[in-house]
Design a protein around this ligand. Structure first.
Ligand code: AHM
Ligand code: MG
Length: 332
């Protein structure tokens, strides 16, 4: 059965998506089209990012996004590009974006899918030539087609994701995604304008020796988090923290490790957003054999109540996340 054969390194993303669709005889191809739309927007955003040091498009835009943080001009551009690609693609009825207060209705009321997106994460790293990323999550709508998507369509738990992925704009640009059947990574070849399969069936190591947390906030870590961080140091782990979630996550996914954004004095619910950041990466890490938790429960099982809600996150190698949870369970 050719469908069960792994596709070789070097397969183009388009071909990969097409062949995977053949594994589902009744698939209509809409999800495949949606993934291609995201890949196209990623290429456009990649081009903008590569130019950003050359022309004066980076830097404060003068507006703030809904979380009250400075919005950089490139965030706005990335947001516009992804929304436009999803609107033109026609498969998506509604989008929620970290950059927009409210749901975005695309006008495609027949669209069966809802997308949650952080169009450009790690925005404080744009101006300093450090890796940044896009994170996306795809859900099937629950409301009937033929009208606009609803908040119930947008506020589904992470277990309902049908696909999730990220783009890392790093020393190479990569697209990594899952449709619930393993995780595959594609590297962009800019002169050809194509993503090629470079990291088939990614499995994250069961444990690791990297911990990634902003220790500048250590004074306000809970006793359990502080004890776990001390454990990492006692075990002579390496501390690695880029401050771009996608880049920190991607490194730990490949090498083994744990990324933590706990509750702190400044960010009482943690900083990262459940819908745009935690859930998509949780889906990917689980598909790669890892774990993601808010310290007590599986990230994917959290029932969202608001599009922009935040939650603490402990994500990465299974054993390390379980150890962190054990330290937290002991703190009571
Ligand atoms: P952003 O969505 O405004 O870009 O913020 C998210 C970023 C993540 O990429 C990163 O992991 C985190 O914020 C770093 O936060 P801190 O500077 O508090 O350590
Ligand atoms: Mg973000």
């Amino acid at each position: 059965d050719h469908n069960k054969l792994a596709l070789p390194v070097g397969t183009t993303l388009d071909r990969f998506i097409m062949r995977k669709q053949e594994d589902f005889p009744y698939a209509t191809g809409e999800l495949s089209q949606l993934l291609r739309d995201i890949a196209l927007a990623a290429k456009i955003v990649n081009r903008e990012i590569n130019r950003s040091g050359l022309i004066d498009i980076a830097g404060a835009y003068g507006s703030q996004n809904v979380q009250g943080e400075d919005q950089q001009k490139l965030d706005v551009i990335a947001n516009i590009r992804f929304i436009r690609a999803l609107r033109n693609g026609g498969e998506v009825c509604t989008i929620i974006s970290e950059e927009d207060d409210d749901m975005i209705q695309t006008g495609n009321n027949q669209g069966k899918y809802v997308v949650a997106i952080d169009p450009l994460d790690g925005s404080s790293n744009i101006d300093v030539n450090v890796s940044i990323g896009t994170i996306f999550s795809i859900y099937r709508r629950v409301s009937p087609t033929g009208r606009e998507g609803t908040s119930a369509d947008c506020l589904q738990p992470g277990t309902h994701q049908v696909a999730a992925g990220y783009v890392i704009y790093g020393s190479s640009t990569m697209l990594v995604y899952t449709t619930g059947n393993g995780v595959n990574g594609f590297t962009y070849e800019p002169s050809l304008g194509e993503f090629f399969l470079s990291h088939p069936d990614i499995q994250t190591p069961a444990t690791g020796a990297i911990y990634s947390i902003n220790e500048g906030a250590s004074e306000s870590f809970s006793p359990g988090v502080a004890a776990f961080v001390k454990h990492c140091k006692d075990s002579s782990f390496s501390a690695r923290y880029i401050g771009s979630l996608v880049a920190d996550f991607h490194r730990n996914l490949l090498k083994g490790g744990i990324y933590i954004y706990p509750a702190t004095a400044k960010n009482k619910q943690g900083k990262l957003r459940l819908m745009y950041e935690c859930n998509p990466l949780a889906f990917i890490v689980e598909q790669a054999g890892g774990r993601s938790s808010d310290g007590y429960r599986r990230t994917l099982e959290i029932e969202p109540t608001q599009c922009h809600e935040r939650c603490p996150v402990f994500i990465g190698s299974k054993e390390l996340v379980e150890q962190a949870e054990a330290f937290i369970a002991q703190e009571a």
